[in-house]
Design a protein around this ligand. Structure first.
Ligand code: WTA
Length: 632
């Protein structure tokens, strides 16, 4: 286990060492984990063709570090607590020993299904403990997990299964959340009618809903696993650079891409960042409210806390159901020490009124974290005052699916608190701000593009099946740097404030959605000729989705068309990508070369039409007035 820095001095010394001698620095961090065979080379890197390799020659299995390593002195301590969506339902908990044996049995059963090293297994499940167990079991046998968030539609799921070439899908009968029962297995069935290659589907019966089982393909997962003891569930020996998982995320163009993380580097950075940012001690109860279907759930619900021997809490429900005090009830019920959630949740709880949180003393809480989108000052203050009772440091953590772990944050309880600033880079992280020409901005208090100039262990290795796309996206824009897609500014103390995406990626309630993806889905409607999607600021969601749509012919019933377009987006992506507003328009502001001027669309959508800037380069400037008149 890693000891968190005990002072800002210690942090600064580590920072200095990480710059002066990165290999010595990371070698020291990595040596605090158990390796089957030590590495022979700490780092090999080249940002031009994009090749980064960490801890080569080393072999390991992340689950040995998450589970086995704790058995001798923490075996009886709680590894995982599960809180069901139903507040009257019984919670479940697993000691490290119990979680270890569940994972071993599941790993043995997976092996008997013929799964092994390098096979891709898709996981499409609700937030039940079985989800955590299967993800760890997949890692244990050296297969590659691709977890798909349960809110994605059958189409999205099919695309991801096909792209990764999955041989197996693990799912559940239904998703129980916030008083509703949502389909899960049915979505998998539908997805699999559109893609080949899946030989086996495991179904966990967690809700008691009826499901159709397809003979020869579908297997009752509990029944299957119950036939195995731990024998056969031994950890596979993995090379440091073998892939651990694929996680799909949206970019500014095309379909979502499969971000690949590797066994060694990801493990080292997940544990390292978890420990230092939250200054977590073994035994503390950590509650990350994210779904395991997102990177935050991977790194800080599952791997990070288990690497550090903490107790991780997994919640099946949503913050405001049955009432907006559910979060605080859960915190008290399980004596949560560290709470890690998203600004969108904080804002919705704040909007529900202080009366829901005031009655709770929340005195087990020690640290509050925020992630996923910029946190506005009001939400920060409320979180600090009403939830943390002015006792708990708030750490705003900036990172991405591609970074694998938190890169910039306030170190809880050490760094001075600055609302709306994510904070300082972790030692080992070398961020820079670049101007439009790709020159480093040395002065402070200026805005620039956030990039990183030196590798860190958990950085994206490739996008599955398309390395050139990875190189282009992250290393093509500013040669020699990893480009984040975010804009930021740095103050005189070196604190970073994240401004938001500078590309065509939206952040809706902390969910990352590409405008191109939403446009493609809208265009699937047979009456749509063309569309353009922009984000507009939204008090609760951070950003809302505003779509401008050109229909073929004159739409007879605009309300119907809008409803159908919404249904089409739900069908092709999922509810999270539904446009908040759809404006039917006669044309779009395009340049003579056919490029849509999104800057103008953003202004119109925001209702800020006084300064539209130069519209003279438009092919048909009159379209702008029509759009303004038709604004909704
Ligand atoms: C945004 C989520 C401001 C950012 C971990 C980034 C943030 C994108 C913060 C990645 C933060 C994440 N402050 N913005 N603390 N954290 N973001 O891949 O725009 O789902 O590029 O990873 O979320 O989203 P992703």
């Amino acid at each position: 286990m890693i000891q968190p820095f005990d002072s800002l001095d210690a942090y600064e010394r580590a920072m200095q060492l990480s710059v002066d001698d990165p290999e010595a620095f990371w070698s020291h961090v990595a040596s605090q984990y158990s390796w089957i065979q030590p590495w022979s080379q700490v780092l090999n890197w080249d940002f031009r063709c994009y090749d980064v390799r960490w801890f080569e020659g080393g072999t390991l299995n992340i689950t040995l570090n998450c589970l086995d390593r704790h058995l001798s002195d923490r075996g009886e301590k709680t590894a995982l607590i599960w809180e069901p969506s139903d507040p009257e339902g019984a919670s479940r908990s697993f000691t490290y020993q119990e979680l270890h044996s569940e994972v071993e049995r599941t790993a043995a059963a997976l092996r008997r299904q013929g799964m092994g090293k390098g096979d891709r297994i898709c996981v499409y499940m609700p937030m039940v403990p079985e989800l955590a167990v299967v993800v760890l079991a997949i890692a244990r046998i050296g297969a590659i997990h691709s977890v798909v968030f349960g809110g994605f539609s059958a189409h999205s799921l099919a695309d991801r299964i096909a792209d990764a070439g999955c041989r197996m899908v693990i799912t559940a009968d239904a998703i129980v959340r916030g008083g509703k029962i949502l389909p899960c297995k049915e979505v998998v069935d539908e997805a699999l009618t559109n893609c080949n290659g899946v030989e086996r589907v495991w179904v966990f019966r967690v809700s008691g809903s009826d499901v159709d089982m397809i003979y020869g393909r579908d297997v009752d997962a509990h029944e299957e696993i119950s036939r195995y003891s731990g024998t056969g569930g031994e950890a596979e020996v993995m090379q440091a650079e073998d892939p651990l998982f694929i996680l799909y995320t949206s970019g500014s163009t095309g379909k979502p891409k499969g971000v690949v993380h590797t066994c060694g580097g990801y493990m080292v950075y997940a544990g390292y960042s978890f420990t230092h940012v939250f200054r977590a001690q073994p035994g503390e109860v950590f509650w990350c409210t994210a779904d395991i279907g997102w990177i935050t759930g991977h790194t800080y619900l599952l791997y990070g806390p288990l690497l550090q021997g903490s107790t991780t809490l997994m919640f099946e429900g949503i913050p405001i159901w049955p009432n907006p005090d559910r979060f605080w009830k859960v915190c008290e019920r399980h004596s949560v020490n560290l709470l890690y959630t998203a600004p969108t949740a904080i804002r919705s709880l704040m909007a529900a009124g202080d009366a829901w949180v005031k009655p709770y003393s929340l005195n087990s809480l020690r640290v509050l974290g925020s992630v996923g989108e910029p946190i506005n000052a009001e939400a920060w203050q409320w979180y600090h005052r009403e939830v943390g009772k002015r006792r708990c440091p708030v750490t705003d953590t900036w990172w991405q699916t591609e970074t694998g772990g938190i890169l910039i944050a306030a170190l809880a309880g050490l760094s001075p608190l600055k609302p709306t600033y994510a904070g300082l880079p972790l030692p080992g992280i070398q961020p820079v701000l670049l101007d439009a020409q790709g020159e480093i901005i040395e002065e402070n208090e200026r805005e620039g593009y956030l990039a990183v100039r030196f590798p860190w262990p958990s950085m994206i290795r490739t996008t599955w099946g398309d390395h050139e796309r990875c190189r282009q996206t992250y290393f093509g824009a500013y040669p020699g740097y990893y480009f984040t897609g975010d804009g930021a500014r740095r103050d005189a103390d070196g604190y970073y404030r994240i401004i938001g995406r500078v590309d065509d990626v939206l952040n809706v309630s902390g969910h990352r959605i590409g405008t191109a993806e939403v446009e493609n889905a809208i265009n699937m409607h047979p009456l749509v000729a063309e569309s353009a999607v922009v984000g507009v600021p939204d008090e609760l969601k951070g950003q809302a989705i505003y779509a401008f749509v050109i229909c073929k012919g004159d739409p007879q019933n605009p309300d119907n068309i809008r409803a159908e377009i919404t249904a089409t987006v739900t069908e092709f992506i999922g509810k999270i990508a539904r446009p908040d507003k759809i404006q039917l328009v006669p044309g779009l502001p395009k340049t003579r070369s056919g490029k849509i001027m999104r800057r103008i669309l953003r202004k119109i959508a925001e209702g800020d039409v006084s300064q539209l800037g130069d519209t003279s380069t438009l092919l048909d400037p009159s379209v702008v007035d029509q759009l303004i008149r038709g604004r909704i």
